[in-house]
Design a protein around this ligand. Structure first.
Ligand code: ATP
Length: 296
């Protein structure tokens, strides 16, 4: 898989504040790459650097395998903050202005409005748009000229659940079309739903990065339910090989080192001790649980 963006030991200091402390990772082509981290961890600074808005204090990065140039940047569409569209102009008029400023996508306006599902309202004034529609118009502006890579900073910021779901399905559609999407977000649940890869930052350090499944799958979690939860927990404690046991929300969870949970043996053990299971499931860790484990 070829690499769209390669970040190598990037550092950024704002006077005494060390916003990035030597961050390195690759973004493979065709992925949805989520950059996560608590407030102030350096996400926006990192995106600002790779879009040449900020100068790094150290390190380097490559776009499509080469030192960044204006031409390569044209292959990337960016939404770092909600653009200032003119309130009294329509979507089409605003996109004409955006296309002429960017020098790309003059003939692309109908296509991008269709993609973000705004064709029916393309002649409405921007001021009549909902927040979700405004954000979709901002994404339409990024799509002008059909860039291969899209860079979004907090694309669902301030949106209600419907607006968030619209952006999620739009990101999925763009991914299916073969775009690479790099996005910073706070919304772990959202990131888990759309991202194929993640990088987790904390106070300027990169804590982990890679394929979401690999980042999350460092242990087996077996979740069990039975009518008598106390008895279930009691008999499970006789088992060997697990690293911890928890009971919450009417279920017992057994944590095993990756690949060590033997579901059949667990089921047989319960049955032979007169506990009939109501549920038995092998689960992966949620991104939220992993995030708090790493950042706390
Ligand atoms: P958030 O999720 O809150 O947007 P973030 O992860 O995007 O945060 P950054 O905005 O990149 O983080 O900030 C990283 C650190 O750099 C923070 O400590 C922030 O206060 C500091 N910082 C960012 N911009 C500047 C600046 N222009 N001058 C001084 N310090 C700055």
């Amino acid at each position: 898989m070829s690499t769209v963006l390669s970040v190598n030991n990037i550092a950024k200091n704002y006077s005494a504040v060390r916003a990035l402390k030597g961050v390195s990772f690759d973004v493979p082509k065709g992925t949805v790459f989520g950059i996560l981290g608590p407030n102030g961890s350096g996400k926006t600074t990192l995106l600002g650097i790779v879009m040449s808005i900020l100068r790094p204090s150290g390190g380097s990065y490559r776009i499509f395998g080469e030192a960044p140039t204006g031409e390569q940047r044209k292959r990337m569409g960016t939404l770092l903050e909600t653009p200032n569209f003119y309130h009294y102009l329509t979507a089409v008029q605003n996109l004409r202005i955006a296309a002429s400023i960017k020098g790309r996508g003059e003939n692309d306006i109908d296509r991008v409005l269709e993609l973000v599902n705004l064709s029916e309202r393309k002649h409405s004034r921007f001021s009549t748009y909902s927040l979700g529609m405004k954000q979709r118009l901002a994404i339409a502006s990024c799509l002008l000229g059909d860039p291969e890579v899209l860079v979004f900073d907090e694309p669902t910021n301030g949106l209600d659940p419907v607006g968030i779901a619209e952006i999620r399905s739009l990101i999925k559609r763009l991914h299916q079309e073969g775009k690479t999407i790099i996005m910073a977000s706070h919304l772990l649940d959202e990131v888990e739903k759309v991202c194929t890869h993640v990088a987790i930052l904390k106070k300027g350090d990169l804590l982990t990065h890679g394929d979401v499944n690999e980042v999350l799958a460092n242990e087996d979690i077996v979740e069990l339910g039975a009518a008598d939860l106390n008895k279930l927990k009691q008999i499970l404690q006789q088992l060997q090989g697990y690293s911890s046991i928890k009971a919450e929300n009417g279920l017992v969870q057994l944590y095993y080192p990756l690949g060590k949970a033997d579901m059949e043996a667990i089921n047989r053990h319960c049955f032979s001790h007169d506990v009939v299971l109501q549920s038995l499931q092998l689960k992966k860790k949620s991104l939220e649980a992993k995030f708090f484990e790493l950042t706390n």
